[in-house]
Ligand binder design. Sequence first.
Ligand SMILES: Nc1nc2c(ncn2[C@@H]2O[C@H](COP(=O)(O)OP(=O)(O)O)[C@@H](O)[C@H]2O)c(=O)[nH]1
Ligand SMILES: [Mg+2]
Length: 287
Amino acid sequence: MTYNYYPGHMMKAKRAMEEDIRIIDLLIELLDARAPQSTRNPEIDKLAKGKGRMVLLNKSDLADEDETKKWIAYFKDRGIAAISLDSRNRKEMKEIDNAVSFACREKIEKNKKKGIINRPMRAMVVGIPNVGKSTFINSYAGRAAAKTGNKPGVTRGKQWIKLGKNLELLDTPGILWPKIDDETAGFHLALLGSMNDLILNREEMVIRFIRELKVSFPEILFERYGITAETGEEEALRTVAVKRNAIQKGGEPDTDRAISFILDDFRSGKLGKITLDRLDDIADEDL
Ligand SMILES: Nc1nc2c(ncn2[C@@H]2O[C@H](COP(=O)(O)OP(=O)(O)O)[C@@H](O)[C@H]2O)c(=O)[nH]1
Ligand SMILES: [Mg+2]
């Protein structure tokens, strides 16, 4: 399976983000909790040198809770505060504030030494398309949302959202491009439906998905579709089609529609809480 992803249109976004990063103190990086490895861009580590860091494992309502816990521990080990989140739920935003102070502690300390006290920290949200950046900004800022408007000279025309006394959030998120250097990452990104630009064969993709589920989430396959480890992949597609009454004119199961059902079920969470990037499956040198 090959993935063709053309980052051409992202070059502009990249340049704009590199500019913005210079003037911020804290980088809030959104990842998809179902695939924290595949939705990450390792280049951010270079770009974010010297900045406060925070990772939000978003869409955690769709991910396996145990796997999410492992990812949180993984980031913690690397000195990065990570929080699992459903960005659509405003109640979950309270937890962010504490993590913000923690992530900015070095900068606050530095400022103090220079005699700068109470200067608000400036934060920026980054992440690949569709990971939930806008949803997060709306939920997090929604409580306070007083847009500060343009402050020429100081902010170079940027819109900031003032959050309490201590934090200003850049109104526009930074769009990252995924780094698809391994084909599992490409496969997982395509499954998430997060990259429209990924050219892929849906049937191959779903068959491979079924194979992965047989290994990592067999109970989900069985409960939802009655598919077991013994069911062949082609047969599995026919089973799903029959179960959903997707029958062609001649009486044959419509496996094309079965493919759509499976993708929709996964993406909408109807299939259950599934994590694609499982830490135990990823080789150390790839982390
Ligand atoms: N289930 C779930 N869906 C979410 C969450 N956050 C965002 N979404 C959905 O994901 C889609 C993309 O979100 P959006 O904020 O536009 O992503 P952006 O491209 O990064 O700005 C939208 O349909 C959101 O409703 C979340 O935490 N859980
Ligand atoms: Mg957006």
